[in-house]
Ligand binder design. Structure first.
Ligand SMILES: C[S@@+](CC[C@H](N)C(=O)[O-])C[C@H]1O[C@@H](n2cnc3c(N)ncnc32)[C@H](O)[C@@H]1O
Length: 354
């Protein structure tokens, strides 16, 4: 059911793009992520953990290696950011059961905004090791490994443009119960933030992840205080883009941003270089940004596939390798998805990034 546009705007005539996106995606009463489970063939999109368990296993092995590199501390925390339909968390819990030493030391936290998805996750995951949190200060003592797959691209962004040395911000407006978009003069406080990251050097459209930076601000302070790092895998770019990367998807098809509001997923490409700069500002060390294909191959995805496909019949082998192909092929997710790893400056761990 299409949501009533008045509900989004309330008494406001217009909303900055990020506030508009926050409402249509996450509002408790009518937000996209609060209404349904959008993952998989029956939903609107398919993510890497939905494609293959081996993707998840590679990440879990990376976590275990990280813990080993820290000299196997007695307490280690793993935080999954935006666990979605819990495909990843399920494999995380299952795989760690084969590694009793880390299993004894680990606390797993799931950080989820959507109440609907939290309920769904709680139905799938039942383990004394797993807790759902709304605030990072609930994390116990010990180093922390944060992980987010397609977390950053689901966070609302702001958009700006420069016209004759004036800066304008994109707003959503309510025109007779239909959504339309306009540019309005930007606030000085926002312009200053953009200047800090030298985003006006070449003109064009500027996308600014204010919400993402707010989330990272808290994550970075935990990493500085407790040691550890944050690994993000997402759909995005490294060199300057200057394009409008907002994308609305409804039932696996591209959709007009102003249509199917509240029923379509809206994401944007992640500006990895901007996030890299943000982490550096926050006094963390950032490894070289690599592609999903590089990451997974360095973690041994092909060797693992060979091992488990050994006893498979032909049909299952084809299915397995077509999934792996989807994850690592440069024509599919392999290059368009990138991986960034930011860590405490004293941390030496760099598996897959060297
Ligand atoms: C695109 S989905 C990715 C899900 C999962 N990681 C995967 O790869 O299948 C984004 C997830 O992030 C959650 N999310 C978005 N913004 C959030 C926030 N500010 N805090 C916590 N979770 C958030 C969504 O509800 C959803 O579970």
């Amino acid at each position: 059911m299409q949501i009533k546009i008045n509900k989004i705007f309330g008494k406001a005539k217009s909303l900055p793009l990020d506030l508009f996106l926050e409402k249509v995606l996450y509002d408790k009463n009518f937000g996209y992520y609060q209404k349904k489970n959008p993952f998989g063939k029956k939903g609107d999109f398919i993510t890497a953990p939905n494609i293959s368990n081996i993707f998840c296993e590679m990440i879990v092995i990376w976590f275990i290696s990280f813990w080993e590199s820290l000299n196997k501390p007695k307490k280690i925390n793993i935080v999954e950011l935006g666990p979605g339909n819990a495909d990843f968390s399920e494999i995380l819990v299952k795989t760690l059961k084969s590694f009793p030493q880390i299993l004894k030391s680990v606390n797993i936290y799931l950080y989820e905004k959507s109440e609907k998805l939290t309920k769904f996750q709680k139905k799938r995951i039942s383990s004394s090791k797993v807790l759902w949190i709304k605030n990072f200060n609930e994390i116990k003592k010990g180093p922390v490994i944060f992980f987010g797959n397609e977390f950053l691209d689901a966070l609302p962004i702001k958009q700006f443009k420069k016209v004759n040395s004036q800066i304008f911000e994109r707003h959503a407006i309510n025109v007779k119960n239909k959504v339309s978009f306009v540019f309005k003069k930007a606030l000085k406080s926002d312009i200053n933030k953009l200047k800090k990251y030298q985003l006006f050097k070449k003109g064009g459209l500027i996308e600014f992840p204010e919400y993402g930076f707010k989330e990272l601000n808290n994550i970075c302070s935990v990493i500085r205080k407790q040691n550890g790092g944050a690994l993000f895998i997402d759909y995005g770019y490294v060199s300057e883009n200057k394009q409008n990367t907002l994308q609305s998807v409804y039932k696996h098809k591209f959709n007009d941003l102003s249509k199917n509001i509240g029923n379509a997923d809206i994401t944007s490409l992640v500006n990895f270089d901007l996030y890299r700069k943000y982490f550096l500002h926050k006094n963390l060390f950032v490894e070289k940004i690599i592609s999903q294909s590089q990451f997974l191959q360095k973690m041994g995805i092909l060797e693992r596939s060979k091992m488990i496909s050994h006893k498979m019949d032909y049909k299952r082998k084809i299915d397995l390798y077509s999934r792996i192909q989807r994850l690592i092929s440069p024509y599919m997710m392999g290059e368009t998805f990138k991986v960034i790893f930011a860590k405490n400056k004293k941390c030496k761990f760099s598996l897959a990034f060297k």
